[in-house]
Design a binder for this molecule. Structure first.
Ligand SMILES: [Zn+2]
Length: 284
């Protein structure tokens, strides 16, 4: 793949294309760059229990985050699916640089944010706008995750000039609150597996997170047979409930993010928060 394609599909580039999206019919707010403004009429599911749809096996074995996020639209609830690589790679860098022995939620969040900003993002949404106007082009451009769409958007979006996606996707590209939830879901899953499935934790999860074997002497106890890390909704739900019981979500334990408006935490907010913290640490 050429560098051009890589750059073009990054989160910030996708968002810029959305902001510029042509006004197909200015009188009709459903079209063009108004999607960018209208993203604010939708909202990302507020509770962690809506984030149970994540492929943990794929994440820990291939460093690919493949996740569905529930978006409450103006009329319906839709699922935005996104996929990107590199979170564990970013986490490894951080762990090595800072001699970390145990990862926490903020480290995972930083790694997620860096990977999401750095690499290609593959997208999909269950809403009709995406299906009829964007899915064909996303398929053609290799941006789609999921079933390809081969029927051209001849009437609805013949020139591919409306940006890369519907307002639900635009919301996910601009509001980082789902990423903050995903960081918790990943940490809860790591802790859950350490408690309840020590063998698979040592075989797959610990090496994936820390980029080294759990214990060199124990390597021989693992047979070569490939095993699957369960990530059905019930398992993830249970890991979240256990974390809550342990008080990991106590008030005051949450990071406070400044917000541009009442519901959204933009990626800039998140980045500024981290940068300020790092400069505070350097001064201390
Ligand atoms: Zn949509």
């Amino acid at each position: 793949m050429s560098t051009n394609i890589l750059l073009e599909d990054r989160r910030s580039a996708l968002l810029t294309q959305s902001k510029k999206g042509a006004n197909y019919a200015p009188s009709n707010q459903h079209y063009g760059s108004n999607r960018y403004k209208r993203r604010l009429k939708s909202s990302i599911a507020p509770s962690i229990k809506h984030f149970n749809n994540m492929d943990m096996d794929k994440f820990f074995k291939t460093d690919t985050l493949d996740v569905s996020v529930d978006i409450r639209g103006e009329t319906n609830i839709y699922k935005v699916r996104m996929s990107f690589v590199g979170t564990l790679e970013e986490l490894h860098d951080y762990i090595k640089k800072n001699n970390i022995e145990q990862v926490d939620r903020k480290m995972i969040l930083k790694a997620l944010m860096k990977a999401f900003n750095r690499d290609d993002v593959y997208i999909n949404c269950t809403c009709p706008d995406f299906r009829y106007r964007f899915k064909y082009w996303a398929t053609r451009k290799g941006l789609l995750i999921g079933e390809p769409e081969d029927r051209p958007a001849d009437i609805t979006n013949p020139g591919d000039d409306k940006g890369p996606g519907c307002k639900h996707i635009i919301l996910c590209l601009s509001d980082s609150s789902w990423l903050i939830k995903i960081a918790s879901v990943i940490l809860n899953y790591i802790n859950y597996m350490e408690q309840h499935d020590e063998r698979l934790y040592q075989k797959y999860i610990y090496p994936a997170v820390y980029d080294k074997e759990y214990d060199e002497r124990q390597l021989s106890i693992f047979d070569d047979e490939e095993e699957v890390l369960d990530s059905d909704e019930e398992t993830i739900e249970t890991s979240n409930i256990e974390a809550r019981k342990k008080g990991q979500f106590k008030k005051g334990n949450e990071y406070r993010f400044r917000k541009d408006n009442k519901d959204q935490i933009t990626f800039d907010d998140l980045e500024n928060e981290f940068e300020e913290e790092e400069s505070d640490e350097n001064l201390a």
